[in-house]
Design a protein. Structure first.
Length: 259
């Protein structure tokens, strides 16, 4: 409950986040509308994400990207079983990591909300597919590593019975007991159907809004959703020093994980 209250305190009446912890560089603010809406420059006066490690459960993270160089520590691959998560064949994890901890040092100058935080990459699937058994193992590993923030920019089952009986639920409950903050994407189906793991009690379920604070047409919605954040036309890093713009609750989730 305390976690949800802390999240709620960051909202305006319309559901848009106001503040986020971020880094000292400001080069990318002008080309990232979300940073302006989140009043990043104001937040950076107080905190820059120092000392915080965010576990990114995704497709891996390209640790050599200029906007992420020095930000990514070796993690673990729970999908293929080998590797440390510091490469990304699909791009999704790299994009999410850049929104959390990008430094703005690359040619595209992508800044995250917490550029002095560190990223701990854990591979739990491929683009468009995230596996509950891999997420379960990754969550347990994050607990063992003492990580206090877990970003899950992915969805799983919408079947409440499967969700109830999933070992992932027990791993999440253990993480919450240890005061780990878990942030997960609400989903991109445009429905009110609960999407797990976001819909598990205690998880911060994130929906997406545009630059006007209006809900994205494809975002999940409903009383099980915790918070809204920027998720439309979001500029982010891609593997190989590239950049792209995308929309979704994944991007919104990354911004919330950086708060």
């Amino acid at each position: 409950m305390r976690r949800l209250l802390r999240a709620a305190s960051l909202l305006t009446a319309s559901g848009m986040l106001l503040l986020a912890t971020s880094g000292s560089a400001t080069a990318g603010v002008s080309n990232q509308w979300a940073l302006q809406k989140l009043r990043a420059k104001e937040a950076w006066k107080y905190t820059q994400g120092e000392g915080v490690t965010v576990a990114v459960l995704d497709t891996g993270v390209d640790a050599t990207h200029p906007d992420l160089r020095g930000q990514v520590v070796p993690g673990k691959d729970f999908h293929r079983g080998t590797g440390d998560g510091t490469t990304d064949q699909h791009g999704h994890g790299t994009a999410m990591a850049s929104l959390i901890a990008g430094t703005g040092n690359g040619s595209g100058r992508v800044l995250g909300l917490a550029p002095r935080a560190r990223i701990y990459p854990m591979v739990t699937g491929t683009y468009g597919s995230s596996y509950s058994n891999a997420r379960e193992a990754a969550i347990k590993h994050a607990i063992a590593q003492g990580i206090k923030v877990i970003n899950i920019s992915a969805g799983g089952t919408k079947d409440p019975q499967l969700a109830e009986n999933s070992p992932e639920k027990a791993a999440i409950e253990e993480a919450l007991r240890r005061d780990v903050v878990i942030v997960a994407a609400a989903g991109n189906d445009g429905l009110s159907t609960p999407n797990y793991p976001a819909a598990y009690p205690g998880v911060i379920a994130v929906t997406a809004v545009d630059k006007n604070g209006k809900p994205w047409a494809e975002t999940q919605h409903g009383p099980w959703v915790t918070v809204a954040a920027p998720g439309v036309d979001i500029y982010a890093a891609e593997p190989g020093g590239k950049y792209d713009t995308g929309s979704g609750t994944s991007q919104a989730t990354a911004y919330v994980s950086a708060t």
